[in-house]
Write a protein that binds this ligand. Structure first.
Ligand code: ARG
Length: 589
């Protein structure tokens, strides 16, 4: 289906042309004076210059050609030259009934599907997920779902950090604590045990301990570096340990992402890119892209017109070791080979902006990607506490994601239990989990991704205002009316939307027509917050309608059915949108 704004613009463009003006002046916008009109066109003002006429005269000419239009109930020319419009209800109803009948609520999939690799999540093995990882997962998941809805082939990759010193640190610490383990016996040639020698909890304690110790103890760090080197150069015991570390971490990570309703198509790891490095480095040398500077191998990436200093991209350190960006470049090589994407989109902390500028320029310059392959960095801001500093636990430590989710769920459980007679029932737990997730995700996604924001538990969990729970509350309210109607013997099949009976009902209808526009802009701008803004407006429009109108109490059956059809469409639009944001609504609250 076409966007309603496009339909009206076509109508206006036709009228401009029929009046002897260029059709391009017919662009229509949503009115910024809803008290006066629903839509407006300012084209007469722009046309006035070109045609050397008073804008009001042009506006009047155009309006003259719209007098008999079935699209509007009102069109008027207003000084100095605005054209103000209100939609004819018949036209509006027809549009909404079509939306209700069509697949995807009338949203047509793109005619040019692209393959887009989405790099998000980015957790590191053996380190617990903390709130810093939350944004990448939440934003990435939503962008993936929006892209799929639009019709693109979105491939989500978690890009697990499993390479580098962190592995050597764990191995070293483990060796100190349990030197008797067979993994540390160089003369051992048999099979290694299938069971890991540690649990996830031990692992999560070992890593920070090792990391802290390496900062104070130079010899210890030296040992960890040596272990890393050995792991990367074929030490069988270490490789077996590394596999255990991976398995234990990955199953724990999967469990945590599942709690967030976040899934990945690929569980690729930094280590998977390592085999591509030698050929890539050779290629960069052979083609004269890379040169030696202070012993290191680098590629210059600064460009004329840079307003900030962009240092060279370092490919190999002077000791021959590869770096974080070597891995990222090799990952690009691998992704090109496996998926040949039109675009790779990275959803990473915005503090890595300069880093990705270097990596992207290097990949383009050295032709690891094609000229028209898009490399996009979507940097997100920091999640702060109410004190404006990065979100911490009450004790000031790093907040683990699991704990944050647990806290919010408990709070929600308390809240909803107040309205229920059974204090502890399974259903309330599950409902609290669903609402809690909406609080976290909507709280995050309703902010423009690049901005820092304050994670305000109090506000995010409120059932009122611009929050996830408010949206869910609205959906549940609609569902319960529909259920009541069905329980009274009514059927919800084949209902059609009819003439609105009051202003608030028409407002709700107008709000529903904005669906396609909201999805399109959210996709084009990588902006889930546009969907949040849209559903907040829609939920408000619904609730005003609800408070002003008798629905089930309506005596005129045809009218009642029309309203129920409108409720069904509202629920479907809201549920489709929250699904794109990555959460769902419960049956009751
Ligand atoms: N693991 C990284 C970190 O914790 C994030 C990875 C982001 N993705 C990438 N391709 N570099 O900082």
């Amino acid at each position: 289906m076409k966007k309603i704004l496009d339909l009206i613009t076509e109508e206006l463009s036709g009228a401009f042309a029929a009046s002897g003006y260029d059709a391009s002046y017919g662009r229509v916008n949503l009115s910024n004076r809803p008290d006066l009109c629903e839509y407006q066109c300012n084209g007469a003002m722009a046309a006035a210059k070109a045609y050397k006429k008073a804008p009001i005269q042009i506006a009047e000419d155009v309006v003259g050609h719209l007098k008999d239009s079935a699209t509007f109930s009102m069109v008027e020319a207003v000084k100095p030259g605005f054209i103000n419009m209100k939609l004819n209800c018949e036209f509006l109803i027809c549009y909404l009934n079509q939306m209700s009948a069509e697949k995807d609520l009338g949203f047509e999939k793109t005619a040019h599907p692209k393959t887009i690799v989405l790099d998000y999540g980015g957790p590191n093995v053996a380190k617990p997920l903390h709130v810093g990882h939350l944004r990448s997962a939440i934003i990435g998941e939503s962008i993936k779902r929006i892209g799929r809805f639009v019709g693109h082939n979105m491939i989500g990759d978690v890009h697990l950090g499993d390479w580098g010193l962190q592995m050597g640190l764990i191995i070293t610490e483990l060796k100190k604590r349990r030197p008797e383990l067979v993994y540390f016996d160089p003369s051992y040639t048999g099979e290694y045990p299938a069971e890991p020698p540690f649990t996830i909890h031990e692992l999560e304690e070992i890593y920070p301990a090792a990391s802290a110790r390496s900062k104070e103890d130079a010899a210890y760090k030296e040992e960890a570096m040596e272990a890393t080197y050995q792991l990367q150069h074929g030490n069988q015991g270490y490789i077996a340990l590394w596999n255990h570390i991976l398995n234990v971490s990955v199953s724990d990570l999967k469990k945590n992402y599942e709690k967030l309703n976040v899934t990945f198509d690929l569980w690729k790891k930094e280590s998977d890119a390592q085999p591509y490095i030698p050929d890539m480095v050779q290629y960069m040398k052979d083609n004269g892209y890379a040169h030696i500077s202070d012993g290191a191998l680098v590629v210059d990436v600064k460009e004329d017109g840079d307003t900030r200093e962009i240092p060279p991209c370092m490919i190999l350190k002077s000791d021959g070791a590869s770096l974080y960006n070597t891995t990222d470049l090799a990952t690009i090589v691998e992704r090109m080979k496996l998926f040949h994407p039109d675009e790779i989109l990275y959803i990473v902390d915005k503090r890595q902006d300069l880093y990705f500028t270097q990596v992207f320029r290097c990949a383009k310059k050295t032709k690891l990607v094609e000229e028209d392959t898009k490399l996009t960095f979507l940097g997100f801001g920091t999640m702060n506490g109410r004190d404006g500093k990065p979100f911490k636990t009450r004790e000031g430590g790093v907040m683990r994601l699991e704990d944050l989710i647990g806290d919010i769920n408990n709070q929600m459980f308390k809240k909803i239990s107040e309205n229920r007679n059974t204090a502890e029932d399974i259903d309330a737990r599950e409902t609290a989990r669903i609402i809690g997730l909406s609080a976290i995700k909507y709280g995050d996604l309703s902010n423009q991704a690049s901005k820092d924001y304050v994670f305000d538990v109090e506000r995010f969990t409120s059932f009122e205002g611009d929050t996830g729970p408010y949206i869910l509350y609205t959906i549940v309210r609609i569902k319960s009316i529909l259920k009541k109607y069905a329980a009274q013997g009514g059927t919800l099949e084949n209902l059609t939307i009819k003439e609105p009976s009051n202003e608030s009902e028409k407002n709700l209808m107008l709000s529903l027509t904005g669906f396609i526009h909201a999805i399109e802009t959210a996709y084009a701008e990588h902006a889930p917050h546009k969907i949040c803004a849209y559903i907040y407006e829609l939920a408000n429009a619904f609730n005003s309608f609800y408070h002003e109108t008798k629905i089930l109490g309506e005596e005129d059956q045809a009218k009642k059915e029309g309203m129920l059809a409108l409720l069904l469409l509202t629920r479907n639009v809201l549920e489709t949108c929250i699904n794109l944001l990555g959460f769902e609504a419960p049956e009751r609250m």
